[in-house]
Design a protein around this ligand. Structure first.
Ligand code: APR
Length: 473
């Protein structure tokens, strides 16, 4: 993932840093490194201020939100008037007794954050766009990095300004989670605080791997001539990917910036997944925006919480005790693949072969095995909520990608009985007629051509296929 020849030596209390590594709260600045000096006065000074503030918090048994706010703003003085801590403060005031442990937890999170130079000695390589590369971290390192994100110690990322250093990377500091008070922020904070409570009580012991997978042009399937047959399919309207899909490769309906709105107000499939498995959030630290031909596979993350509801009805529903086995690398046997669907402003945009090719390649990039064990895939209405996709089309796209990858699909329609019925029916027809992935691709081409020829006159995809192939009986 990086040029070893360029690596800098680690110093006591600092990580190695150059432009292929995450800039840490204790990193020297790029200018100083380039000019041959290892220490940047401004960075070192900032880390000193952070240490002083966090040590003061860590030495107490209880601290209130005002103290936390004061500390954070001491080393982020530029944001004194911008950052609000309303949500954090209302959270602590409103949360009922049994969960009202935040004030005694803040010092423990501060102590964990202070251990950064001890736990992360060698720096963390960035997972850059265009490179197939992996980062493996211990769960303890992740906890320590997330404790730093909680205390907003990472150097500010100007994510929106083109050409800025972290343009194309997601944000990592938790500031946006602390600002605006709402039912959503309350439930999010319950999940986050629960995570920190568990990891500060008992040090987690395993490893987690984050693998960026890039589908090279030469590996791109020729979909039209693909002779693979339909994969195994199990469709269910009950349950969810993460609960009933245990042991399978679980699809994260991702944003190209991994984690989407998890640190903001978003509360859809991806954000909920990240709140239940907060170790996933650390991917935001080093994963550059996913390109069209890329996916991120995360192996070994722990599930800490349960939930109910979705979006505004989402509630943190208590602890989850993970009983999954660990592999030879001490990673929990949970594998999640983040693939970001296209976001269609107008639904009609998706019935276009260039868009369909993009979605096929994206799904295939996530589904294609890495040589060793390839469990079946747990997925559902990928790209069909916030991203406005057609569930019938997306189901077939995922079926084709799974067929090419030679893996079965468990499809969770999330209480959509009609889709369950129709998908089972069309699948039976495709299997009966021995339709290959390539033939299905041609059917999609014909379907798009028909829609193009009669704009405004929408024909249902499954009906079109049934009419073309004849009924399954
Ligand atoms: N298991 C199975 N199906 C689910 C689950 C689940 N746990 N959660 C939701 N669904 C179903 C719902 O029917 C939902 O409408 O999947 C549909 C699509 O979910 P979205 O999260 O809206 O996915 P998508 O359209 O791909 O939007 C992705 O939302 O969460 C953000 O960061 C993400 O920006 C990205 C966008």
């Amino acid at each position: 993932a990086f040029n070893k020849g360029k690596m800098l030596l680690a110093q006591e209390g600092r990580d190695m840093w150059h432009s292929n590594f995450v800039k840490m709260p204790c990193s020297p600045s790029s200018f100083m490194v380039k000019s041959g000096m290892m220490k940047s006065p401004s960075q070192v000074k900032r880390w000193e201020v952070i240490c002083k503030q966090l040590k003061a918090l860590a030495s107490k048994t209880e601290v209130d939100v005002e103290r936390v706010q004061e500390a954070i703003l001491k080393y982020n003085p530029k944001y004194k008037t911008e950052w609000s801590f309303d949500a954090l403060s209302s959270f602590v005031q409103s949360i009922p007794k049994p969960e009202n442990y935040s004030c005694s937890l803040f010092p423990k999170i501060a102590a964990l954050a202070l251990d950064l130079p001890k736990h992360v000695k060698k720096g963390i390589p960035l997972l850059r766009s265009g490179q197939t590369a992996a980062v493996t971290l211990s769960q303890l390192q992740i906890a320590c990095l997330l404790a730093n994100a909680f205390f907003c110690t990472f150097p500010h990322r100007n994510t929106s300004k083109p050409n800025s250093e972290y343009h194309g990377y997601p944000s990592i500091n938790f500031t946006s989670l602390f600002g605006k008070w709402s039912q959503r922020s309350k439930e999010k904070l319950r999940a986050v605080m629960h995570y920190f409570k568990v990891v500060t009580e008992t040090k987690p012991k395993g490893l987690v791997t984050f693998q960026r997978q890039c589908l090279k042009d030469v590996d791109r399937p020729d979909w039209k001539s693909c002779a693979a047959s339909m994969p195994k399919l199990h469709v269910t309207s009950g349950g969810s990917i993460e609960a009933e899909g245990t042991g399978l490769l679980q699809v994260d309906f991702a944003a190209c910036q991994i984690g989407g709105g998890v640190l903001g107000s978003g509360l859809l499939q991806e954000e909920i997944l990240f709140l239940m498995n907060p170790e996933l959030i650390v991917a935001r630290l080093f994963t550059e925006k996913l390109a069209d031909n890329e996916s991120l596979i995360i192996t070994g993350s722990q599930k800490f919480s349960c939930y109910s509801g979705f979006r505004d009805s989402f509630e943190w529903a208590g602890p989850h005790y993970d009983t999954l086995k660990r592999d030879n690398w001490a990673r929990l046997e949970r594998q999640i693949v983040a693939i970001d669907a296209l976001h269609f402003k107008h639904r009609s945009e998706q019935y276009n072969m260039s868009k369909i090719n993009r979605e096929l390649n994206k799904a295939f990039c996530g589904f294609k095995g890495q040589g060793h064990e390839t469990p079946d895939i747990a997925t559902g209405k990928w790209g069909c909520g916030a991203f406005n996709g057609d569930p019938e089309l997306k189901a077939l796209i995922q079926l084709m990608a799974a067929g090419k990858a030679r893996r079965g699909l468990a499809f969770f329609t999330f209480r959509d009985e009609t889709l369950k019925r129709n998908l089972e029916q069309i699948y039976t027809l495709l299997v009966k007629r021995e339709i290959t992935v390539g033939q299905l691709y041609e059917l999609l081409e014909n379907y798009c051509a028909i829609l193009r020829a009669q704009p405004g006159d929408h024909v249902d995809l499954f009906k079109f296929i049934e009419n073309t192939l004849g009924p399954s009986r």
